[in-house]
Ligand binder design. Sequence first.
Ligand code: NAD
Length: 476
Amino acid sequence: MTGIKEPSFRESVDLMFNRAASLMDLPPGLEEKIRVCNATYTVRFGVRLRGQIHTFTGYRSVHSEHMEPVKGGIRYALAVNQDEVEALAALMTYKCALVEAPFGGSKGGLCIDPRQYEEHEMEQITRRFAYELAKRDLINPSQNVPAPDMGTGEREMAWMADQYARMNTTDINARACVTGKPLNAGGIAGRVEATGRGIQYALREFFRNPEDVQKAGLSGSLDGKRVIVQGLGNVGYHAAKFLSEEDGSRVIGIIEWDGALFNPDGIDVEAVRQWIVKHGGVKNYPDATHTAEGGAVLEEECDILIPAALEGVVNMSNAERIKAPLIIEAANGPVTAGADEILRKKGTVIIPDMYANAGGVTVSYFEWVKNLSHIRFGRMQRRQEEARHELIVSELQRLDRYLGDAWSMSPDFKSKYLKGADELELVRSGLDDTMRIAYQAMSEVWHDRDDVEDLRTAAYIVAIDRVSKSYRAKGL
Ligand code: NAD
């Protein structure tokens, strides 16, 4: 691969798209229409802070409006640029199509290091950015609905929603203008954990398919699998926590911005998270070995590698040395197109970003629907379901008495069966179902077609096919 230039993030997404499109029979011109980004808005705005005006640069890119509103997170990072925002917007189009969330793709970003600002300064900057976007309908419940991404969370979404509501005082659906809001500001239970939870559900579904597990040279279940995770932020933390606490996987490596922790016996994810909250990084964490050169730990032996931080971390310079037989792309674009080719030749199985981290947009979809319907999920039917269950339980109790010692109800059956599902349970159930169905759609193409070598190409084929059908239905 020496001498071949590493593609940019957007070029990588386009190369992967082209690879899949070349295996499809699309009408002339439609391929290009789907691939290109419709529009990217760049805004520079000033905010008076600490006695002087600071100028910030932000972007909102709309990749495809085959369905509206368009959807995608807003990222706060110094490295944000147009190429990145456009690549992420394109991935959103394909991701939404793959998990059947009825949205087009969009993404936004602000060039900023949030660590340099006080909370009240962040609020001023965020409100001003939201004002600039809302003014142009780039935040709008029926046209463009942002969500959190790297560097943003519930706090920023609450400010943005409030800013939109102040500018649109009579819009009854104002709360649906962004997702990922806190519960008390119109959010939904389970949104914060959603992307990490989706990683867990994706891996569970993968391990339900022994043939696929075998392709990665693995066997058995998630129990005992050695995991290395890069980035213990929203996505990485929840994924690593759930896998270690609920599925018996062993997290042996955690890579953060200030180096990596390694312990072959396993690392306590919750303890490291608390350490980061207190100390700002992983350095000096007592129960693991710290390496300053964090990236090197990507190359350690493990069963599952979860890059959950930045794009392009597995690239042409290190792909050959990656030992993990299974990579699940929790971050967007962590594997470049060049690295993808090297890994494919090596037989590494990659569960692609467009599927793997779709848990976030899936639960955002539920939140948007909740906001538009103005009612919490389960509010109407929960007690009615409980009453119907009560009927069955009382009949079973009658039977229990009648049969005497011959049969009795299991001790906790009654309490378990009677409990109606709350919002969190419904959200998790909807997310699990979405992740299973999307996996099946993707793996069907992977298995059925000899010319499709990998899950990523299969995922693109499913997504492009759906987007193209939607364009054709519109008469394009
Ligand atoms: P986050 O800001 O919560 O976490 C990112 C983490 O990565 C932080 O802990 C940060 O310290 C760490 N990090 C920064 N630089 C690093 C480096 N050089 N090496 C190792 N770690 C480093 O962000 P997030 O929301 O968890 O997003 C992570 C990725 O997941 C992004 O690619 C994002 O686009 C993608 N994603 C997020 C969501 C979501 O719902 N938040 C949804 C889909 C995809």
